[in-house]
Design a protein around this ligand. Structure first.
Ligand code: TYM
Length: 328
């Protein structure tokens, strides 16, 4: 049997998980689960690069673990674990910090965006990408399935790994981003020129995975569109484009088929059909989520097993990297 290529990805346990996270990342992880040897992480160390309420953070970690499973991540096919449970992440992150020119971090667009929103910019926020590089490199991941907004971070990971390999000899596998063409960047319903964001709490902005169905339908029906009437994948009309993108990812079909399906219809019909496919997707996820969260002990046991499996792989890479730079 040929070995399946390794995949690593993660989501921060912060804010409210939305349909963008699902369509851009989680859903793709699930679809491709059989193709790869998967490591899916709950990146709590990344979450603390901006201030978090400790009790809430702890609850969010369990919530996200349950959501991974509710969305269809299978423990037979994937290792699910929490980043802070595997100390190698922080340790390799430090080694990579000591190998990364500060100018590379200063150029990161997410750092610029996020730091502009903070009263005090913490050093951890700047070093966020080196920790992300550590996540990926520890598992020798060949592919990293993410939404489009993470592309620059993965490019940095490649640069850091190449620099390290060049200086110290072959140590890390150089990963590639796995970004789907459809729904790699879902936009806010209220502002279709801005990315749908976990941290934006404005009502009507996001479609939360655990949201109330009535509120979700209402938000979709009120989504900002333009004054035109045609339902086509025209990028000049970002509101309609965004709704069609969500529809295409969930209902399937080519752009031409979908445009033919909606030909002669109004925006009301488009919104109603988008709401129908979204709610049909979310309903079983929410049901499963409620079952899973009923037993916190079982979730904790799952995460402990995941951390054990992840540690085995991660510690071997960490030791190699430590030795390369003259430690241990
Ligand atoms: P995070 O937690 O912001 O987002 C999780 C995943 O969701 C994708 N995503 C989107 N996709 C489409 N449309 C959107 N509006 C949208 N918003 C978010 C993200 O691209 C991501 O795939 N830095 C990462 C977490 C991370 C990580 C890693 C990812 C830490 N270490 C190692 C991969 C590998 C982040 O903040 O994702």
């Amino acid at each position: 049997m040929t070995k399946r290529p390794r995949v690593f990805s993660g989501i921060q346990p912060s804010g409210t998980l939305h349909i963008g996270n699902y369509l851009g990342a989680l859903h793709n992880w699930v679809i491709d689960q059989d193709k790869y040897d998967n490591f899916f992480c709950i990146v709590d160390l990344h979450a603390i690069t901006v201030p978090q309420d400790p009790a809430q953070l702890r609850a969010k970690v369990r919530e996200l673990a349950a959501l991974y499973l509710a969305c269809g991540i299978s423990l037979e096919k994937s290792t699910v674990f929490v980043q802070s449970h595997v100390s190698a992440h922080a340790e390799l992150g430090w080694v990579l910090n000591c190998q990364t020119p500060i100018g590379w971090l200063n150029r990161m667009t997410q750092f610029k965006d996020k730091s502009a929103k903070q009263e005090t910019v913490l050093a951890g926020l700047m070093n966020y990408p080196t920790l992300m590089a550590a996540d990926i490199l520890l598992y020798a991941a060949e592919y990293v399935p993410v939404g489009e907004d993470q592309k620059q971070h993965i490019e940095l990971t490649r640069d850091v790994a190449e620099r390290f390999n060049h200086l110290y000899g072959e140590t890390f596998v150089i990963p590639k981003p796995l970004i789907r063409e459809v729904a790699a960047r879902i936009m806010g319903l209220d502002e279709p020129t801005a990315k749908m964001s976990k941290s934006t709490t404005a009502l009507g902005h996001a479609i939360p995975l655990l949201g109330d169905p009535k509120a979700t339908r209402k938000a979709i029906m009120r989504a900002v569109t333009d004054s035109g009437a045609e339902i086509t994948f025209d990028r000049e009309r970002p509101g309609v484009h965004n709704l069609l993108n969500i529809y295409q990812k969930l209902a399937g079909g080519t752009q031409a088929e979908i445009e033919a399906h909606f030909a002669g219809q109004g925006y009301g019909t488009l919104k109603r059909e988008v709401a129908d496919v979204v709610l049909a997707t979310l309903e079983p996820i929410q049901t499963r989520y409620n079952e899973l969260t009923a037993d916190a002990g079982e979730l904790d046991a799952i995460l402990a097993r995941g951390a054990e499996r992840a540690s085995e792989v991660a510690n071997a890479t960490l030791l190699r990297a430590y030795q390369r730079v003259g430690l241990r």
